[in-house]
Design a binder for this molecule. Structure first.
Ligand SMILES: [Zn+2]
Length: 272
């Protein structure tokens, strides 16, 4: 079964595209969304967005990504990063699009998904046909997770041409994420809001979460991701793939549904 990893973090210190391709071969990953390095999200309790990278800094990460993707366009899909609260965000996204990047990764820190200041970047991404991958769920590193609750993403309905992916099934707000993603196909007849099954949920919960997500949501909604990085691509990537495959087998998920999650749904978003 072919694997499309829709969630992979670059550090900006990768040795070469060839090295990366080699590790994806070893991990059994055919195609992969690489997230541009950059962004700091340091913040303080009163100014959570303080210290976030400017769009000039984000541009360096996006440039780095463009070069990498060009080395192996049949294997890599590039996800740009921008700071939507800083000047130049929509221009940076336009630049990324013109240079072959296919999506955007946003991290709500110091702003909620429904924040009106972010609407221009949603409109831009929608007009360029670039899906936005959002972190959703708890951060688990002590930072406040208030900005990342799945219910905030109901606002995406106001941007009917925009497609988003909520990462980690919004763990621990997994029912909330599933309910929000269920709105699209169940009530609108399209797959506007997707969910990646990237862990996320610790093993104790994972099977239950996947059971509910797979059985409640339409077959076009879920995508697979590892959330790995260059340092642990092979070991951790393989482990995540195996963990999901084992759960699918235990839950007796039909092979065609597994193929949709591991491959077809990501292809529908980003192309083959
Ligand atoms: Zn991630």
């Amino acid at each position: 079964m072919k694997v499309f990893d829709t969630h992979f973090h670059l550090k900006g210190t990768e040795t070469s595209a060839q090295e990366l391709v080699k590790s994806f071969d070893e991990a059994g990953i055919e195609r992969v969304c690489l997230i541009a390095p950059g962004g700091r999200t340091l913040g303080t309790p009163t100014e959570p967005n303080a210290g976030e990278a400017s769009n000039e800094e984000m541009h360096k990460g996006n440039q780095y990504l463009v070069h990498l993707v060009r080395e192996a366009p049949d294997r890599f899909v590039g996800l740009a990063r921008v700071n939507p609260l800083a000047p130049g965000a929509t221009d940076e996204l336009q630049w990324a699009y013109e240079h072959g990047l296919k999506g955007l990764k946003l991290f709500c820190i110091g702003w909620y998904p429904e924040d009106e200041r972010v609407a221009p970047i949603y409109e831009k991404a929608a007009s360029l046909g670039m899906p936005i991958l959002f972190h959703t769920g708890i951060l688990g590193d002590g930072r406040n997770s208030q900005y990342h609750r799945p219910a905030g993403f109901e606002v995406i309905k106001d941007f009917p041409d925009l497609k988003i992916i909520m990462a980690h099934v919004g763990w621990p707000w997994t029912d909330e994420a599933i309910a929000v993603a269920g709105m699209g196909p169940k009530f609108r007849g399209n797959y506007q809001i997707h969910v990646d099954i990237t862990p996320g949920a610790p093993l104790l919960w994972r099977k239950d979460v996947i059971n509910k997500a797979v059985n409640y949501l339409d077959e076009g909604v879920l995508v697979f991701g590892t959330d790995a990085g260059p340092g642990n691509c092979v070991s951790y990537g393989k482990q995540v793939i195996q963990s999901i495959k084992t759960i699918f087998t235990e839950l007796e998920i039909p092979r065609s549904v597994q193929e949709d999650i591991f491959w077809n749904n990501a292809v529908a978003l980003y192309g083959e």
